[in-house]
Design a protein around this ligand. Structure first.
Ligand code: DNO
Length: 348
């Protein structure tokens, strides 16, 4: 596997130089964050990002993410234009040597929490989610009161988008995803690219918007849409793990033995109740997910793609992007690297 950290680009308070100092980390996953969804990523800007990473002694092990324009998710007539753009970006990424691309198919919102700094008993803070708290958030002013999204949409923009999703059922969203994959996956396969869908986080509908990539059945359905190694999963243990019915070691075993996991996000969560959880340190004992069994399984199945620790808590007085500070993610990387070494030395 290629142990990686997420890097948000030149504006990230965590520098490539810092990341390089974490033992075992060989690369970063990153994106052109300044590009709006649907815009073409030019060869020049991709190369500039990749070169900067290389100059710092690291690899660009995955692009996270190449975002899918909302019109594609909505199935609007303009989707073909945005899919054409997506395909041009894929070609440009492949030409620059990128092989792994993460994307998601969540309507309007990507990952969503109700508290970005929940105090934990040990004096750290972490991201947390409580469905009752979410229900109390008033979106009539736009996303002002939604943690992590405060500046994303003003009231008219958000109302327009939410209205557009009125009547878009889960099955319709599956249809729109199917249409997208039928167009994109054959091209990706020819280019030698591997696309990995990120599960929905949290894995249930929010604000009345459908969410479909939520469990093992959804992952099975997804990979069946296009039976190609290019049609893969960015399997995120923390996202899927918020639903106790998702048996993460079993899912990781099923999909990594088929070679359909192209990218791993590994983190732990503590389930506080129904649709309520907070994020913890990475080790198995810290939360409800058996990280030990997950790494054991990946080693056994010869997983060789990028793998990254995911959100960290804020520890040691660090301030920074919620979930994406340096210290706790570095601890997570060291822990994952240690598990990996132990299982590999034991003969995998
Ligand atoms: C959150 C991340 C997600 C992920 C996207 C992939 O921390 O895991 O934002 O990058 O959902 O498209």
């Amino acid at each position: 596997m290629q142990l990686s950290l997420r890097w948000y680009g030149p504006d990230d308070p965590v520098s490539l130089k810092d990341i390089r100092q974490i033992p075992g980390v060989v690369g970063v996953v990153s994106a052109l964050h300044e590009m709006a969804p649907g815009e073409v990523w030019s060869p020049e800007s991709i190369d500039a990002m990749a070169d900067q990473i290389k100059e710092n002694g690291l690899m660009l092990t995955a692009v996270e993410s190449l975002p899918v324009h909302e019109d594609i998710k909505l199935g609007n007539p303009s989707r073909d234009h945005y899919i054409d753009n997506y395909i041009i970006s894929l070609k440009n990424l492949a030409a620059s040597g990128v092989t792994t691309i993460c994307y998601n198919f969540m309507p309007v919102f990507d990952w969503t929490r109700t508290d970005l700094a929940r105090p934990l008993p040990d004096g750290t803070t972490s991201l947390s989610y409580n469905h009752a708290d979410l229900a109390r958030i008033d979106l009539s002013h736009g996303t002002r009161d939604l943690p992590g999204w405060s500046t994303a949409f003003d009231a008219p923009q958000l109302q327009k988008l939410l209205r557009a999703y009125d009547g878009v059922s889960k099955e319709m969203l599956w249809d729109h995803l199917t249409y997208f994959l039928h167009r994109v996956i054959p091209v990706a396969e020819d280019l030698g690219l591997r696309l990995g869908i990120h599960p929905d986080d949290p894995p249930w509908p929010i604000f009345g918007l459908p969410r479909i990539i939520v469990n093992g059945d959804a992952l099975r359905r997804l990979i069946g849409i296009e039976d190609s190694p290019a049609n893969g999963l960015s399997l995120c243990t923390g996202s899927l793990g918020a639903l106790p019915s998702n048996d993460l070691p079993a899912l990781v075993d099923e999909f990594s033995s088929m070679g359909r996991i192209v990218f791993m996000h590994v983190r732990n969560v503590h389930i506080d109740g129904e649709k309520s959880f907070h994020e913890t340190a990475h080790p198995s004992a810290s939360g409800h997910i058996d990280i030990y069994a997950i790494i054991e399984t990946l080693v056994k199945n010869g997983f060789n793609g990028p793998l990254r620790p995911d959100h960290g808590r804020m520890i040691w007085r660090e301030t920074g992007n919620p979930g994406y500070g340096l210290f706790d993610r570095a601890l997570g990387a060291a822990y994952l690297n240690g598990l990996w070494e132990a299982f590999s030395s034991a003969g995998g």
